[in-house]
Design a protein around this ligand. Structure first.
Ligand SMILES: [Zn+2]
Length: 231
């Protein structure tokens, strides 16, 4: 059965989120979310991804959760950028989530996958908080804080689309692991007939043309490509 994922780009429209170093949180998380949707749907089988917004529009927090509940999502992932003068990556689940629960296991898979991209940054840990989107969603839900927009080193990393793609690809990989998705097999390279050699097998030589035709007919019946050559 197709797994449903809702990816939630935080903020949008009149709410830019945190802004610093020439970046707006709403723009950075929209890029990460769109890339992650593409990586998931192009790279894995049996998955459908919905975004709570795919343009620069304002969406209420409760509306984001309602949307995921209506879609009957299997997993909800919210993308944010941190602020307040720290550095590194951290993830959140709702406060009542226990160690060993399905939500915690899924969050762990996503957290570990994304952290591989932030090798030069601090792993601030797996946290829990009473955040609306993880509280009001009916399915396993996690909120990710990808670095600090107001710390220059972090912001510089987020200015590169190649880095945002790397974050999204890792997020997709983590989501795939959390949901047990199968990677799509790569399309096989079409064979190039021009480079092919053919080896022919001769099955008999007859002085009598009729006998030759008899054998040829028999071989044809068996599915062999057959022709008679006069020498
Ligand atoms: Zn935010």
């Amino acid at each position: 059965m197709t797994k449903i994922v809702v990816i939630d780009p935080g903020h949008g429209g009149k709410d830019p989120g945190a802004c610093a170093n020439g970046l707006k949180e709403k723009d950075v998380v929209l890029k990460i979310s769109k890339f992650a949707k593409d990586y998931l749907e192009d790279g894995y089988e049996g998955v459908k991804v919905y975004l709570t917004r795919s343009t620069d529009v304002f969406v209420e927090l409760s509306e984001r959760a309602r949307f995921a509940n209506k879609k009957k999502a299997d997993l909800f992932v919210s993308n944010h950028i941190n602020a307040g003068g720290g550095t590194g990556f951290e993830s959140y689940v709702y406060t009542s989530i226990n160690v060993g629960s399905k939500t915690e296991t899924m969050r762990g898979a996503v957290h570990d996958a994304v952290m591989t991209v932030f090798k030069g940054f601090r792993d601030r840990g797996r946290k829990s908080a009473n955040l609306a989107v993880v509280r009001e969603t009916a399915m396993p839900a996690t909120l990710l804080e990808h670095l600090f927009i107001d710390t220059k080193k972090d912001a510089d990393f987020l200015k590169s689309d190649a880095n945002l793609k790397a974050i999204a690809k890792a997020e997709a990989k983590g989501i795939a692991k959390a949901l047990g998705l199968k990677a799509k097999s790569k399309p096989s390279k079409p064979s190039n007939d021009k480079d092919k050699s053919f080896y022919k097998v001769q099955t008999g030589a007859f002085a009598n043309k009729e006998n030759a035709e008899k054998l040829a007919a028999e071989l044809k019946k068996k599915g062999y490509k057959t022709y008679i050559v006069k020498e």
